[in-house]
Design a protein around this ligand. Structure first.
Ligand SMILES: Cc1ncc(COP(=O)(O)O)c(C=O)c1O
Length: 423
């Protein structure tokens, strides 16, 4: 059979699906409705009319801009730091990341440090593929992004060490556990190296976005992330790491609570500057959250219920990938044990075209390239799959289309190559 026969059959199949006017969205890692419903009791946590947090603070009023003690304690447990080294903020960890970078930029990383805005050049190491919003934030500060390849253990540490030897390189931004989008967790060796490595900039910062700290898919098979703060402390770099987390994918996405944690010096500096940025964060939301989820054990029990909803979706995506593409050599992927994403690596030069075919057939994927700084997936080989939001039925349809599109793109390339050879 000529390859063109195979290609036209695949195209006909896609055309039939296209005519169904499907509208399937696998573009963003959003919880689905049943997951949001798990937190319904949260909205009733203030019904008893008691608005007092520990220490007698009325959460309906101004005060306690560092967050209520219970919220600082909860995030302290999650991030393995004492509550005094944690600030509980508003509804978004990304907002806290952006503010932390703004303080470095305008005021300096610590008192006495040169504000980055006074330097000719500020650059950041960006393990890629990575989280598009991290890259957007850096771009808004005109910080030059230096992509570093990710492998099965995390960022390529040889590249990281080489870049960190340049004084204009002021930090590295990452999502170290159940990484968005690769799904991998940084290995103990990578965590140790990031803490230990020499950096030319004394005010080098690791922006440690621990967004998926408790987002395991399997109760008894979990990735473990080594303790970055403990490692930094041991290597005499306690101020190096700024840690962030939120309940966006524990309770409500965009209506949860978030936290910043780090060394006493980093937290004292953040407190000093934050107090003039706002009078206080939303403590009503903090209090109802900690009443609903008072400690890490409660969070973990709650996350098992999320996992029960998410697990079949991840397993379905992986089963279809295996069924349609397994052993074909057309793509590779990793089966994550948690988080919100599965990353599909095609042959180089295919991802954009696959994305386009999917879009034409009614499947929205994360736009090609966005998992890389400046939207530049130089190899054009990365597709981020976000299985959480669609129903199982929608997911099945979307994955059949995605794998079909991938086969079409490969057949097109084979045909092109054949023509070149003939020509
Ligand atoms: C790695 C990562 N960090 C942060 C966020 C958003 O967090 P928040 O809602 O707390 O700003 C997301 C959401 O997808 C994410 O994937």
């Amino acid at each position: 059979m000529k390859t063109s026969d195979g290609l036209s059959r695949l195209r006909q199949k896609l055309e039939r699906l296209r005519r169904q006017n499907l509208c399937l969205d696998m573009s963003r890692g959003k919880p689905e409705e049943r997951q949001l419903d798990l937190s319904a009791p949260l909205l009733r946590m203030m019904d008893d009319g008691n608005f007092l947090a520990e220490g007698g603070v009325d959460v309906r009023n101004y005060g306690a801009y560092q967050g209520i003690p219970e919220a600082r304690r909860l995030f302290g447990e999650l991030l393995r730091l004492p509550p005094s080294q944690v600030l509980s903020g508003g509804n978004s960890s990304l907002n806290l990341i952006s503010d932390a970078l703004k303080r470095c930029y305008i005021n300096g990383a610590l008192p006495g440090d040169t504000p980055w805005c006074k330097l000719d050049q500020v650059r950041f190491i960006c393990p890629a593929p990575g989280y598009d919003w991290h890259f957007h934030i850096l771009e808004t500060y005109h910080i030059e992004m230096l992509p570093v390849a990710m492998d099965a253990e995390g960022p390529d540490m040889e590249q990281v060490r080489r870049l960190a030897a340049d004084p204009s390189v002021k930090g590295l931004i990452c999502n170290p556990m159940y990484n968005n989008p690769t799904g991998i967790t940084f290995s103990p060796r990578v965590v140790e190296d990031l803490a230990a490595m020499p950096t030319a900039a004394a005010d080098f910062r690791l922006i440690w976005d621990h967004a998926y700290a408790v987002h395991h898919l399997y109760p008894d098979r979990r990735d473990q992330l080594a303790d970055i703060y403990e490692a930094c402390l041991r290597h005499g770099h306690a101020d190096r790491v700024l840690m962030f987390a939120s309940t966006s994918k524990i309770t409500y996405a965009g209506a949860g609570i978030a936290a910043l944690a780090g060394s006493p010096a980093n937290i004292a500096w953040a407190e000093e500057l934050i107090q003039y940025q706002l009078v206080c964060y939303d403590k009503v939301n903090q209090l109802r959250h900690v009443r609903f989820l008072p400690d890490l054990a409660a969070v973990e029990a709650h996350m098992k219920r999320h996992a029960a909803i998410l697990r079949p979706k991840f397993e379905l995506v992986l089963a279809i990938l295996e069924q349609e593409l397994g052993g074909s050599g057309l793509a590779r992927w990793h089966a994550p044990l948690g988080g919100y994403f599965i990353c599909l690596y095609t042959e180089d030069g295919c991802a954009r075209r696959v994305n386009q075919l999917c879009q034409e057939a009614g499947v929205t994927l994360t736009p090609a390239g966005v998992c890389y700084p400046y939207g530049q997936d130089i190899k054009d080989n990365t597709i981020r799959i976000a299985p959480s939001y669609p129903s199982l039925e929608q997911l099945e349809q979307a994955m059949r289309i995605l794998t079909l599109a991938l086969k079409i793109v490969h057949a097109e390339r084979r045909e092109e190559n054949g023509q070149h050879k003939e020509g």
